[in-house]
Design a protein around this ligand. Sequence first.
Ligand code: FAD
Length: 365
Amino acid sequence: MVVVGGGQSALAATYHLVRANRRRERPLTFVVLDDRAAPGGAWTEGWSSLRLFSPAAYSSLPGWPMPPWSGPGTPPAAHVRDYLAAFEARYALPVLRPVRVREIDASDPRAVLVRTDAGDVRARAVLSATGTWSRPFRPAFPGAEDFGGRQLHTVDYHGPAGYAGRRVLVVGGGNSAAQVAADLLLADPPPARVVWAAREQPRLLPDDVDGRALFEAATRAVAGEGPGVGGLGDVVAVAGVQHARDRRGLRAVPLPERLTPTGARWADPGGGGAREEALDDVVWCTGFRPALVPVTGVGLRRVDGHPLTRADHPTVSADDPRLLFVGYGDWTGAASATLIGANRSARDAVGHLGDLLDWPEEQAP
Ligand code: FAD
């Protein structure tokens, strides 16, 4: 079996593979192919103040809890990176990196051909855990093509250095936009202006409610129960967001109607005439799309831009049971794009392998 990608989702899946193999006379051999030079997946990216929105105890992969974080607030990205690297070592996972998977060819019913930049591999099943970081999404926006300043995406934002004295528009209604806008507002030296714009006013969760609420909301969604505190689109008020809200007035304004060559223009619903702001930068914190380039040529049916998966197994392709998808967000299982949510998604995928590879019942994962 080939696991494509070596981030948190892949590690959750490999934990379940290792566990299933312990019960098998003939263990299923598998390899993890990751195109990064170091462990951590997308956690090797991001900006200097990026933190988990949940406590360590609520950000654990299966099998081995994330070590406690003794510092202030929730764990920083470096703590997550260290944990993911230690997880790989602890289970002696067969991760080959950097190896990029170029294409998956499932045309042969006897084996799936995985083409990589280090040669080809034939597999009985392929689990895609390639995440979304390499597929940033920027919406078409009126006037964007005329804007004369810098336009960046979340993936290009590494911290406030380079924004001092500049006028910055941060676009987006989720956790990334809130954290980037807060990071800029709290910077010293500060930008000349930071405007956070969103389609509608983002809902900041209460300060004592963190990512756990989002996971629980997702779990209720999976169980078909009503929403409760927090929904997946809400913003967790991590420490930086709280400070920016309390000290710098962090609050989103409506989206401008268009960008102009020198800034952005807001229509004035009050009829007082349009308002224009001069800008130097726009940071699009407008999300991601699944990084599924390797399976593009397989001809899988798609829904909402992603492969159709089975209703009873959201990680299994509805067109080819040898192709599994883990960690891409709700279509692969509620909250599956989080550390704690990856487990449910990974267990579903590896559990399906038992059926696919005709493992005797007592040895199925
Ligand atoms: P990734 O971490 O992206 O790992 C995928 C790996 O596959 C990468 O190494 C990638 O390079 C590699 N890859 C991709 N394509 C190929 C290929 N063709 N061949 C070989 N390798 C390939 N989650 C939480 O649980 N808690 C949080 O607090 C949290 N905060 C977040 C804040 C921000 C700003 C963002 C953007 C995300 C946050 N997340 C959080 C979500 C979490 O970071 C991601 O969802 C998570 O990294 C996804 O894990 P993954 O393993 O699916 O993908």
